[in-house]
Design a protein around this ligand. Structure first.
Ligand SMILES: [Cu+2]
Length: 198
């Protein structure tokens, strides 16, 4: 009779500890988790980039990556890549959590793999405060990222690594696990200048 008890009690204790952990960790970001899951589901069709193009998410070709170089008054992007941005300029207005205006693909072999999404919000006179989604304040305002976006396009942005894990966090701008090595159009971007906000 002694043996089963010894075996069972630690199992129960472990199960309880596990349940307790799940409750505390889940409670804080559960609404956003559900929202992100819904977003992932609704965008799954874009894993085929041709479906994205048909919906007017158009490729900007260059596979964007950063060296991690730091410069005063410039955005700090950790060493890593974003990938190829597919931009839909028909998606306008305040950022919609279910409709990002940018999809990001990582070139792998001869494929393009959907890895992230991005909301790009231009700084306009009617924008009174920093936008946020999923409880995450946008980064910026900053100049446009040359050479693919003109400097004059001052904007806020938020990335979400919905389709590929990012060790730096779901909302970090760059992902050290994404690479442009399989792209013929790798583009090393320099630091982006920060701009004054409203
Ligand atoms: Cu980006």
């Amino acid at each position: 009779m002694k043996c089963p008890r010894v075996a069972v009690y630690p199992a129960i204790a472990l199960a309880l500890a596990g349940a307790g952990l799940a409750v505390t960790a889940g409670a804080a970001d559960e609404p956003h988790k559900a929202q992100i899951e819904a977003l992932r589901k609704s965008l799954e069709k874009y894993q085929d980039y041709k479906v994205a193009v048909r919906d007017l998410y158009l490729s900007t070709v260059g596979c964007v990556h950063y060296s991690g170089e730091k410069m005063a008054h410039h955005m700090e992007y950790a060493k890593g890549a974003m990938g190829v941005h597919f931009v839909n300029v028909t998606v306008q207005g305040p950022p919609d959590p279910m409709k990002p205006n940018v999809l990001i693909y990582e070139p792998t072999g001869k494929e393009l793999k959907l890895v992230a999404v991005e909301w790009l919000v231009p700084l306009t006179p009617d924008l009174k405060e920093r936008p946020s989604l999923f409880g995450q304040p946008f980064m910026g305002p900053m100049e446009g990222h040359e050479p693919l976006i003109p400097k004059e396009y001052v904007h806020y942005d938020l990335h979400a690594w919905v389709f590929k894990n990012n060790p730096l966090g779901m909302f970090a701008p760059t992902n050290p696990d994404v690479s442009c090595k399989d792209s013929d159009f790798a583009l090393l971007e320099g630091p982006t200048k920060m701009m004054p906000g409203p």
